[in-house]
Design a protein around this ligand. Structure first.
Ligand SMILES: [Zn+2]
Ligand SMILES: [Zn+2]
Length: 342
């Protein structure tokens, strides 16, 4: 793989090679235009409503469960067959397996001391300072271990070339990559390599967030994770007992879920001008919540009815929705390192 190919990163253009030699463009395009997709309102009565007699008292936040990446790997494996993006989804499934497998024996992430956590809570700040993740030796070790384990898996030649260089990298470079991911400042010339760094950082951030007291997290603003300050990938309507039908945003970095009112833009907070679109035939499983004020959309996954839906895997698997809404002049607000460049 030449540096020029690395420059391109995971594009969704008509480049026949695409990132990692996988096409992410035309095969996904559905046959029907977005104008024909079903318009639907979430909430109110109807099939999305809360079961009669159930009191909904959702917790504000839920930190990532230990099986986050295993369930994600299973979901990627389930959606890949017969999917136009099948090879890419299978590849990401293997990356999720690596994310799960490297955790045994990793050093514990450094958490802020209790007084710092208290100050963050008091001032409505995220609990974890993601800009300082790279200073933690456990963070760099997580990246190093992820790169090595990922290199053992099957992957397209271009991806292997990007990864091969990372396996040799030193602490300074690891910290630089981690800082780029947490600052959302991925250099265009090195986008492919940073996809691996982002996947590794998800592991570190999830392990750090899972050690926080979820009950102590506080709202820090629209579209901002209360645990680590990152934007969401997508949001889910959950079927949890006692919270059935509540909506949670899913953090793109640490995987924390935080409660967010339905029919409200996750990017700008507007409750006006919200509409929903979905791909024809998706049966309400994944909808795009579209905001006419900031002209963005965010996906809403109906996990209450389809428990296997995953905020990351199903976001990638419904790329067609992004493409069609993009043609309508809407841009996605959710961040997903595996859709970088889109
Ligand atoms: Zn987070
Ligand atoms: Zn908005």
């Amino acid at each position: 793989m030449s540096p020029a190919r690395l420059d391109k990163g995971p594009r969704l253009t008509s480049d026949p090679g695409g990132w990692a030699g996988l096409r992410l463009d035309e095969p996904e395009r559905p046959s029907r235009p977005v104008r024909e997709v079903m318009m639907a309102q979430l909430g109110g009565s109807g099939p999305d409503a809360v079961p009669i007699g159930e009191v909904v008292a959702p917790p504000f936040a839920r930190t990532p469960s230990p099986d986050l990446f295993r369930r994600r790997a299973a979901r990627f494996a389930a959606v890949a067959p017969h999917h136009p993006l099948g090879p890419y989804l299978s590849f990401l499934g293997r990356m999720a397996e690596v994310q799960a497998e490297i955790q045994d024996g990793l050093p514990d992430p450094a958490l802020p001391p209790p007084d710092a956590l208290g100050r963050s809570r008091e001032y409505g700040m995220p609990a974890l300072p993601r800009s300082r993740f790279s200073a933690d030796p456990a963070c760099r070790e997580t990246l190093r271990r992820f790169f090595r384990a990922a290199a053992e898996t099957e992957m397209p030649p271009d991806a292997r070339a990007a990864l091969g260089r990372l396996v040799q990298t030193d602490d300074e470079m690891l910290a630089w990559m981690a800082d780029n991911v947490t600052a959302d400042a991925i250099p265009a010339h090195d986008a492919a390599a940073h996809v691996f760094a982002a996947a590794a950082l998800q592991v570190y951030a999830a392990r750090a967030a899972s050690r926080l007291d979820a009950a102590a997290l506080v709202p820090v603003g629209d579209g901002i994770c209360p645990a680590c300050g990152s934007p969401p990938t997508s949001s889910v309507i959950v079927g949890w007992e006692g919270a059935h039908g509540a909506r949670f945003c899913s953090c793109s970095l640490c995987g924390t879920l935080w409660n967010y009112v339905r029919i409200r833009c996750t990017a700008c907070g507007s409750t006006e001008g919200i509409s929903y679109q979905e791909l024809d035939g998706s049966a309400g499983a994944v909808k795009a919540e579209c905001c006419s004020r900031c002209r963005t959309f965010a996906k809403v996954l109906q996990q209450a009815k389809h428990p296997a839906l995953d905020p990351v895997a199903d976001d990638v698997a419904t790329l067609a929705l992004d493409m069609l809404l993009g043609e309508e002049g809407l841009r996605r607000s959710g961040r997903n390192p595996f859709l970088m460049g889109y």
